[in-house]
Ligand binder design. Structure first.
Ligand SMILES: Cc1cc2nc3c(=O)[nH]c(=O)nc-3n(C[C@H](O)[C@H](O)[C@H](O)COP(=O)(O)O)c2cc1C
Length: 280
């Protein structure tokens, strides 16, 4: 029994989730890891404070990172957090949730970043999740993640744990995307200012609980003013999703949904049929 305990890996699951999709997948990953490995530590990096202190990975054998996809990559604030970590040559895995558009660059750029930080990326996975901008009138992946995504998440953990235990050497290679990082930087920085307005208080029923300000991942929200600093707001909609009084809103961008579908050469039904995927 003691010998078995000794063989268990010390696993960390570190994830960012503004509106809950990535957290749902992280929870499935947590319970499958518990079943297969026993030990698992969860670390939610969505709050500003959680990403402030330097995280030492020395005590962990392996790390699962989880991020939503923003403008085809992990969010800038998550990439900046990763830039502060020393992978110490440890094996790791990354899972993403996304709303059905342009996910390939996320895998490619994540591998590049983790290589630089001295991590050994063993596997990645992508899971469908209702698009954050459905709150502004889009209709992408509305019912996701669902049971089929959760079973892919379980399979992803099983395959990754098997690879980790067998000393498997990763051959992961992702195709270089046509989108250069500076182009995606621009999209992430400006596009959402153009199409979505800032989350803004609109309604007399605000109880002034201050939750929106407390949970803002970038300290952008000002509860007194009822809107965030436009320079630091990342349009993650965490404040909107968590407002108990439902008084925070953004504008309706439903008219841009068709354009978005055309740009990515996909239909709403096509997105609904997309399956979550594992890369190992
Ligand atoms: C600013 C922003 C940019 C996004 N960009 C993309 C994207 O490029 N492709 C995509 O499929 N989904 C995109 N999404 C949707 C999210 O990836 C998706 O809804 C994700 O599951 C949200 O995760 P969370 O609920 O854990 O925050 C974007 C969402 C936001 C807020």
């Amino acid at each position: 029994m003691i010998e078995l305990e000794d063989r268990k890996m010390n696993v960390l699951v570190a994830y960012f989730s503004a509106t809950g999709n990535t957290k749902k997948i992280a929870k499935v990953i947590e319970s499958k890891l518990k079943q297969l490995n026993g030990k698992v530590n969860m670390f939610d990096i969505s709050s500003y404070q959680s990403r402030e202190n330097n995280l030492s990975l020395t005590e962990y054998d392996t790390i699962f990172f989880g991020f939503p996809i923003y403008s085809m990559r992990a969010p800038r604030i998550c990439r900046e957090w990763l830039q502060k970590l020393d992978g110490e040559g440890k094996k790791c895995s990354v899972f993403f949730t996304y709303g059905g558009f342009g996910k390939d660059p996320a895998h490619y750029y994540m591998k590049k970043l983790l290589d630089k930080r001295n991590f050994n990326l063993i596997s990645t996975a992508e899971f469908l999740g209702a698009h954050t901008f459905n709150r502004s009138g889009w209709q992408a992946a509305e019912e996701r993640p669902n049971e089929s995504d959760f079973s892919v998440a379980e399979e992803y953990v099983a395959k990754t744990i098997e690879a980790l235990n067998s000393g498997y050497m990763s051959k992961l290679k992702f195709k270089k995307p046509k989108y250069k990082s500076f182009m995606l930087d621009q999209a992430e920085k400006y596009r959402f200012r153009v199409i979505t307005q800032l989350p803004t208080r609109n309604g007399a029923d605000c109880s002034m609980c201050g939750i929106c300000e407390k949970i803002c991942p970038t300290k952008a929200m000002d509860a007194n003013k009822g809107f965030p600093d436009p320079n630091s707001c990342i349009a993650c909609f965490r404040c909107i999703a968590n407002c108990p009084d439902k008084v925070l809103h953004t504008n309706d961008i439903s008219h841009t949904f068709e354009m978005k579908l055309n740009h990515h050469k996909i239909t709403k039904e096509g997105i609904d049929k997309l399956e979550s995927k594992i890369y190992i």
